[in-house]
Write a protein that binds this ligand. Sequence first.
Ligand code: NBX
Length: 800
Amino acid sequence: MDLRNGLRPLGSTPAEFEQDLLSNLYYRRGTTVESASAQDAYETLALTVRDRLAARRARTAAAHYESNPRWVYYLSAEYLLGPQLEQNLLYSGTTDLAPAALKALGFSPEEVAALDVEPGLGNGGLGRLAACLLDALATLDIPAVGYGIRYDLGIFKQEFQNGEQVERPDDWAFQGDPWEFPAPDDWQTVGFYGFIGPEGWVPGEVVHGEPSHLLVPGYGTETVNIVRLWRARAAQASFDLRRFSAGQYAEAVQDAVRAENISKVLYPDDSTDMGRELRLKQQYFLVSCSLRDIVRRFRFRNSDWADFPAKTVIQLNDTHPTLAIPELMRLLVDEERLEWEQAWSLVRSTFAYTCHTLLPEALETWPVEMLGRLLPRHLEIIYKINAELLDEVRSRFPGDVSRVRRMSLIQEEPERRVRMANLAVTGTFAVNGVAELHSQLLTSTTFTDFAELWPDRFTNVTNGVSPRRFVRLANPGLSTLITSGLGSDAWLRDLSLLSGLAPLADDATFRSQWRAEKRRAKAALGLGDPGAMLDVMIKRFHEYKRQQLKLLHVITLYHRLRSNPGAFGVPRTVLFGGKAAPAYYAAKSIIRLINAVSATIAADPVSSGLLRVVFPANYNVTLAEKIIPAADLSEQISMAGKEASGTGNMKLALNGAITIGTLDGANVEIRDRVGADNFFLFGLDTPAAAALRASDYRPRSVYDADDELRAALDAILGGAFGGVGQDVAQSLLDRDEYLTLADYRSYVDKQDEVSAAWQDQEQWTRMSILNTANSGFFSADRTVADYLSRIWHATPVRPA
Ligand code: NBX
């Protein structure tokens, strides 16, 4: 422990931990054991655990200062960090100490742990990826800071009313957040609106960004990095005392409210541009605060701007933080008085961009009018960047007017808008997709023109997940078994070691232990019959992900069950989990239909013990950690060419679920690694799907030709499920944008193979073990290693 600062070493015996709890309860929480509530105990425990990481944090910061390293800064509008308590217990080595000490003081560890609320500061895969990368960066001892927004309200809480999704605010920090270190003295100023005068931009509104940080400990190392989250605060004197005295209470605080609204709520939208000015304000707020902080940190040890790119790489997590590009230009040109050319070269050597989508409608654009009003100087800078870009395009491709139009940072029709993805590609030295297939499709479709102009800029970094969170914490039983099988727990820092499990797939004792762990996880999830196959589809609701295809399969199973209960092969529990964007009506209809089908099946005695559909509300990281260990079958059934990568697919395979999937996103790589025999492949591949879409596809002919499909759709249309979901069926028949009907037969037949395979439990277990054994590649540590060698080129710094 660090004695340089006169710190008392924190003890590692139960008695010492108990003493620390007591002292925190008295001195920081201000209460006593006798009168402490469970909340008091929880907050005290959090502080006591946090203290154990704080000394490591101090040493990490000292080592970073000492070595003046190259920093990786990760800019992301979202972080889905997951519950902090269990992770920080594990990473501080107090998993056993803490509950013992709590018990000794008369608290129930379970009751206390249940009070840990996950900060839901993200929508889905993109936000969780950010959290996994931070975990891996710290584990690999890379000097890194994640920057984000500390939303007061995170991703909404999902409830079901009559089967419909209802959104409730997620006031996650209502009780305060004991894991957070506020750093109000590091506040930054952010301007909006205004005009460009002779002296430059004069903002019309100014707000403050107040940071706090959470600790991001590495596993099995001393490093503790941070994620720094900004909260909007009114600039001082925004309380109007005159109005207040006149009884105008609301008006007195309106400026403050407007400022603080910027970090009020996470936009619960994972697909389309909400078109809201407030969202654009959020993006600029994040970017402006973070860049000033990055510059401040650069200046601790450096003075020459020419060194900036050598000391700094800034990764843009999708286009949400792309305004960082014009913002850094503005800082360098307007405030630091650098020449445009030098500034542009620094900017272009500092930023890199990760794209997470293939849906054209998900590429962000902002109305020129709005951007120019909110950020007049930034629009000017974007215009100048665009003029230079288009000059380059014209000189490389003379006379190619349509290419110029396609590549322009400004879309002209139907309204003038700024194309953020084009800006991101233009202002960075590296652009990556998140799986092999995705990265190929980016250069062959989405960004073809840019890939022709700058081929070297494009690369792939396949996503990965934290084995600590999604195996060790989520699945402690399986982790213990893996450790005993491998003879060491070194796999937690080098997941490729899982390959050592492959021979154990042929060991009958190991297989029966493996099955016992699955059963235990199912029981813990409260799913009655642990003998039934648990078939899970957990992800955001989106038509391209095709929850509707899974549902058609469920209805087909139900029909078979009704017509011949005796012949129904394999008992299944089908579990759905996920949220739909509140304004995404088609996705919400699918949710409602799933709940209706679930109720119909549950009410029918014929299905008892054979078929069940469960849909726990409010799928989040906490729930994911319970479901993933229990899953037998992993549904990854998006239309090929639409899912950028997927990361749930990796978490499930690592926990021994077998995938049924299309050749989409990272499924391709999962199948390559686990082996075609251990993966249930179905459906059209990307070229076939694209060709069918481009042809005269008639979903109705598919419906006409397939009896089981027709029966499923007719049942919905005929009101068999409480009269719900006709719109879903109708849109499949009329349009079927994501080729659900085209893939139905192939999917249902493959599911029959799944059922047949399940009947041989020894063989199934073999496949399950081989899925885990061969998925070591999908560690976020490997992802970070790839980012380091292909893009970041930063090196580890270990605390002394
Ligand atoms: O990013 C997801 C992709 O759909 C997954 O295939 C991929 O595995 C994951 C990580 O790379 N994208 C995603 O989660 N997007 C968003 O959440 C999102 C949020 C706001 C927004 C657009 C997209 N405006």
